[in-house]
Design a protein around this ligand. Sequence first.
Ligand SMILES: Cc1cc2nc3c(=O)[nH]c(=O)nc-3n(C[C@H](O)[C@H](O)[C@H](O)COP(=O)(O)OP(=O)(O)OC[C@H]3O[C@@H](n4cnc5c(N)ncnc54)[C@H](O)[C@@H]3O)c2cc1C
Length: 701
Amino acid sequence: MATKKEELKEAAVKAAKKVAVKAAKAAVEAAEVVVEKAAKAMKEAATPVITPEMAKIPAGPLELKWTNYKNHQKLVNPANKRRLDIIVVGTGLAGASAAASLAEMGFNVLNFCIQDSPRRAHSIAAQGGINAAKNYQNDGDSVYRLYYDTIKGGDYRAREANVYRLAEVSNNIIDQCVAQGVPFAREYGGLLDNRSFGGAQVSRTFYAKGQTGQQLLLGAYSALSRQIGKGKVKMYTRYEMLDIVLVKDENGEQRARGIIARNLVTGRIERFFAHAVVVGSGGYGNTFFLSTNAMASNGSAAMQMYRHGALFANPCYAQIHPTCIPKHGDFQSKLTLMSESLRNDGRIWVPKKLEDAKRLQAGEIKGRDIPEEDRDYYLERRYPAFGNLVPRDVASRAAKERCDKGYGVNNTGLAVFLDFSDAIQRLGKDVVAQKYGNLFQMYEKIVDENPYENPMMIFPAIHYTMGGIWVDYELQTTVKGLFCIGEANFSDHGANRLGASALMQGLADGYFVLPYTIQNYLSDQIGVPRMSTDLPEFAEAEKAVQDKIDRLMAIKGNRSVDSIHKELGLIMWDFVGMGRTAEGLKEGIKKIDAIKKEFWTNVYIPGEANSLNNELEKALRLADFIEIGRLMAVDALHREESCGGHFREEYQTPEGEALRQDDKFAYVGCWKYMGEDQEPQLIKEPLDYEFTERKTRNYKN
Ligand SMILES: Cc1cc2nc3c(=O)[nH]c(=O)nc-3n(C[C@H](O)[C@H](O)[C@H](O)COP(=O)(O)OP(=O)(O)OC[C@H]3O[C@@H](n4cnc5c(N)ncnc54)[C@H](O)[C@@H]3O)c2cc1C
């Protein structure tokens, strides 16, 4: 038996061991923190940087940069233009305007789209309007103001020079479209009418009822058709680009020289050569499965560029639009936008009293039953200066905040009211119908409720992606000869796009920017003869595409493409959606990795690869959405601040507003592809503001 002394000794040893283990653990933890910090600092120090010279931003005063650029860029003479071929992928407003303009200038254009007609590109869905600084209303607008509103709206995360150029050419776009016959709404006296959109205190939005995108696209399409008729554009409808082909030049530098595309009707894979490739393939909002985007909108072209060395910039900047028809069930595959223009006259509210919200949720009362004094017009209350016309990110978060607190107005508790009763009283039902009739009709068809009698119900939904392929001032990616335009590129909108500015950017890129800048590149290519698509580079690219298709077809698993996509969408919404946290994003990345595994082992694609096969098309796009989703999460995790559409819950003011960290994150976060299943490398383009003072965004006064 142990003596008392031995027992005491044993206890003392045990206690000492415990203390030692605890101390060692603490020391290890502290060391780990130091190592992590040091690693982060080393990584930071080693992060490559894109300089203004690399971004080709012209020197000089802001308002003269574009003029100076145009005065000094290199040109291609008419005889040489005829010898140069350009591939344009996409026939949305960006692609169609670019293809038409380049052909009009004399280049030979090969234009591709997924749809059966260029007119069916997603741009046709745009409802509300297009911005321009015409100042027709004499309400104080100017090029500078449009520039300033856009920079501020984007939470000071866009390039100054690009945004100023955008504002500058905005007026040309309206003139161009009017000349094409686009039927913009007019006032009684015949002048073009304007309405207001979020983030501006002037009325600068030109519109054609609730069909602005359609009318603008018809304008671009007629210009394109003219060139198709003249033989300058060869149109390839129902073709999907599946890869870009790069060929080394005599200096060993890779240049974009063509594409591999699948004929969606026959399944045939074909090769196409060009001296330069322009991609206007739209945004990647459908990563979330449910979005306001067209069903065929995808991010695959962007991923093909990324895999070939083009940088992907700010992937985490996605726009959540505040006025969409709320989700109504699990079998839904699409969300419908109610145009932002409705916020001109519609007022957004929820009940002041929780008990009223509960009765609305239970279906016991309707919005119209709640008296005026019991309504909380929360945007007007929180943001008196801009009221219902605050930018989209601000309006979306405010709706979420009310719903999170239990004030939602439909059976899921995820909706707020958009009410026209005031406007109907003030203007009369006829005037409201004249302005917004088709939108009201669309709402009634979907929700089966008359919005003239009872307020509409709306909720935020994924709508637009500000992130995209990094381009320099010339709209050229980091791959020589590869250009990217429209929503597919990252430029101009920073962390949040203002309403009616996407159409402006798409058409600015296609009609007024690229036609100049691409010449600067092509002027050096006039001696390059047309290449045969029998080159090994084309054969290898085609083989890689075929191998990928064969691999997908051979899986023969148990899950439909949509079921996996839906699961990805839920993960994106829950972990990479409106409110993001470090913990949630890490969890989201793990879940996306698991989805990737599930997809590549258990997807089922019926039918054959060598014929029309919608499921194969969707599977190819989903494979890329999974990669984009992950990239979005990685980017969102690294950006330890809140700005625009990127809201990290750890970084907010006491009032719940986005809290930027300008000292650490005033840069474009660009990601470089490092290989399959490898972590991408961060490259920064610092946004040193020369002409604009960065402020905390204020829409209150
Ligand atoms: C419902 C809705 C309403 C909107 N309303 C407005 C508005 O009022 N004002 C505003 O400014 N913005 C609005 N937007 C945003 C705006 O419509 C888009 O940002 C803009 O139209 C995008 O134009 P784009 O030319 O870049 O791309 P898209 O119009 O998306 O066109 C993409 C083109 O690329 C083609 N394509 C894609 N991938 C491939 C591939 N791999 N191979 C071949 N072709 C390919 C497609 O076939 C298509 O032709 C709205 C968006 C939505 C969803």
